[in-house]
Write a protein that binds this ligand. Structure first.
Ligand code: WTA
Length: 651
């Protein structure tokens, strides 16, 4: 990673939005004083603090030590304890008399729907868990999951958790090669998949891809197939079995296995925007605690909430905030299979209206698409059930935040801009919705137990409003434990740049009020005439222009300045892209944040290349800007987004 001189910050965003008194009155954290008291305790007396928090979980055997930090950075939490996540997510709600409450409210893309109550979900999970056991899947065995967004995906994860098998979910949009690589790296013994899934009116051929992957992954002995789309597929006798046949006859009762706190729960491969995929390892108790606590305090989640996180289960957000966190809190979770623009661009808003969603969590990339599509789509629907909005995945440009606040939140919903990573397992920095005034574009304040800081390359904290490196200085229960099969890579990747701290890879600044502003990945920092600029600020200045929907800024080599700024810009529907607009945008950025950030070049494009989880691939744009890849006219960039996806698949 490029840890060099400090990063300069140019952005000045002064708007603040205080939570409504009516929201604060009912919130789990309802005063600044309460936050400060809890936060101080979590930093000054972490063991006491975490022990208190862990008291909210159901334990099978009490732990003997909160934290074993004898071999940093290999931290262990709640050692000696036994616990089961599926029990915490299911049995305890059923046992408390909430068995008839909806756990999953599912809607398929074609419009079919299904509800599973907590009791029904527990039954399904238990049947699959028993079937897996009777087919020889043992504690610690890895099970790959390659599924559309259907209830069986959550069932599969929870069934593994119930028996102590380790799941590794591979995003359903990945091709055979990526699936095979990940199954081989994890040495998976079984694969749970489906014949297909629906996406934008078409079938995603999951089983066909799985067949190609299985041919290269001989470790997998069983392939369990859910019937979803019903098209013809090939079933190989001896290896492949339909899900319904697999679970038929298996008992509806499966006692939750008493698992060590540090039992591996899942491996999730992340390539992020750079580098070869790493198998991020999460374990049981600490991860559960993070998922549960953040849902409770950040989403202020209560049992009466209808909660919808739009992330796919293939990403960490889908793990923590579609499955484990909200179920541990006993909420009703909406799950939607398909695309946001199928059959029309109002699908999300129609789902919110239909299910009376109260808490909604999505990504900035989706919000920018909604802005581009226009206000008429949300305006077709009654969104008054919403009480809290969230975002995750990238810094949100202030103008996208404002749109979310105004058009979706009706100016009454707090927005939690949550910063975290696959590696951190749960939210690390965020507003607390009852107390933290929102500042558009800032992920606000550290969550309990998170000793977050902006430092220079020597690990010294930098002054307020100065850019630097975002680090976490103390162990946190939900953090990754290692990179699967590669402890050395784990140490080198995360703990060697700014030792002994965990380096997040992000650049950030902290303002005078103590709010954090993430400026992007440090690998994306651009050095213009000796000024190191984060990409986020220039992009946000562009997005603040009324004609711009989305922007990505990268550096390209420049003889004079070292690097020159090249902006790739997507405009809103119907706006002509001409030279006059290029000049207007350059002047706009210079006026908004300063002449040093004035783009040397503006290129218009229909779409920006994104990773499968929606992050802009600046790495690829850098090559294009530097002329390393031939680009004719800008319309071909569309093809580059496909290329980017293909490339990511091959990593
Ligand atoms: C970025 C997703 C600014 C950041 C949970 C981080 C954000 C990376 C935010 C992790 C946010 C995520 N504000 N930046 N609210 N949330 N990021 O592993 O660069 O897919 O390091 O985890 O996304 O991405 P990952």
């Amino acid at each position: 990673m490029s840890v060099g001189a400090n990063i300069e910050s140019l952005m000045h965003e002064n708007r603040t939005f205080a939570p409504a008194a009516s929201f604060t009155a009912k919130a789990h954290i309802s005063s600044q004083e309460q936050y400060e008291r809890m936060y101080r305790k979590s930093i000054d007396h972490p063991q006491e603090f975490w022990a208190e928090m862990a008291g909210d979980l159901t334990w099978l055997t009490p732990y003997s030590h909160v934290l074993d930090d004898s071999k940093p950075p290999f931290f262990k939490w709640f050692t000696g304890g036994k616990i089961n996540i599926a029990q915490n997510c299911l049995d305890r709600h059923v046992d408390a008399g909430r068995g008839d409450k909806p756990a999953i409210l599912w809607e398929g893309e074609p419009g079919d729907a299904k509800t599973l109550t907590y009791r029904e979900l527990l039954t399904e999970v238990s049947r699959l868990a028993n079937a897996l056991k009777s087919h020889g899947v043992q504690r610690g065995d890895r099970v790959a999951i390659y599924m559309p967004m259907i209830p069986e995906a959550a069932v599969a994860m929870l069934a593994c958790a119930r028996i102590g098998a380790v799941h590794t979910v591979i995003f359903g949009g990945f091709a055979a090669e990526s699936l095979a690589d990940r199954m081989n790296d994890a040495q998976a013994v079984a694969l749970i998949t489906a014949d297909g899934g629906w996406r934008r009116g078409k079938i995603v051929e999951l089983k066909a891809n799985a067949d190609a992957a299985l041919a290269k992954a001989p470790c997998v002995q069983r392939c369990i197939v859910v019937k979803r789309t019903g098209q013809d597929i090939t079933m190989r006798p001896g290896r492949d079995v339909w899900y319904d046949d697999f679970v038929s006859g298996s008992s509806e009762h499966c006692p939750p296995a008493a698992l060590d706190s540090e039992q591996m729960l899942f491996i999730l491969y992340t390539s992020g925007t750079t580098g070869k995929p790493k198998g991020v390892v999460h374990t049981t108790a600490g991860y559960l605690l993070g998922a549960y606590m953040t849902c409770k305090y950040v989403f202020d989640l209560r049992k009466e909430d209808i909660y919808w996180c739009t992330a796919d289960i293939g990403w960490v957000t889908g793990h923590t905030y579609m499955v484990y966190g909200p179920l541990a809190c006993g909420a009703s979770v909406v799950m939607y299979e398909g695309a946001p623009n199928q059959p029309d661009m109002d699908r999300f808003w129609s789902i919110i209206e239909k299910y009376r969603v109260s808490v909604f969590y999505t990504a900035p990339t989706a919000i920018r698409a909604f802005v581009k599509w226009g206000d008429q789509f949300p305006q077709r629907h009654d969104l008054s059930s919403l009480r809290l909005l969230g975002t995750v995945g990238e810094p949100i440009n202030p103008e996208a935040w404002m749109w979310y606040h105004r058009v979706i939140g009706g100016e009454k919903c707090p927005i939690v801009d949550t910063w975290w990573q696959t590696e951190t397992g749960s939210i690390m920095c965020t507003p607390l919705p009852g107390i933290t005034p929102g500042k558009p574009g800032s992920c606000a304040i550290p969550f309990f137990g998170v000793d977050l800081a902006v430092v220079d390359r020597d690990g010294q904290e930098v002054a307020a409003d100065t850019g630097g490196y975002l680090v976490i200085r103390k162990p946190v229960p939900s953090m990754l434990r290692t990179v699967y099969g590669d402890d050395e890579r784990f140490k080198k990747q995360y703990y060697s740049d700014i030792p002994p701290y965990y380096f997040t890879g992000d650049g950030a600044r902290r303002d005078k009020d103590g709010y954090f502003w993430v400026m992007g990945r440090v690998d994306d920092v651009v050095n213009v005439a000796g000024h190191r600029l984060g990409t986020m600020e220039v992009e946000s200045a562009l997005v603040a222009h009324s004609k711009v929907a989305e922007a990505a800024v990268v550096g390209r080599p420049d003889e004079l300045k070292g690097q020159a700024l090249c902006a790739f810009v997507t405009v809103k529907a119907g706006i002509p892209t001409d030279d006059a607009l290029k000049q207007e945008l350059k002047a706009w950025v210079a006026k908004e944040i300063g002449a040093i950030a004035r783009p040397d070049e503006v290129r218009f494009t229909e779409t920006l290349p994104k990773t499968r989880s929606g992050k802009i691939m600046r790495r690829l744009l850098r090559d294009i800007a530097a002329g390393k890849q031939a680009v004719g006219d800008t319309s071909t960039l569309e093809d580059y987004s496909v290329l980017a996806k293909l490339r990511e698949d091959q990593e």
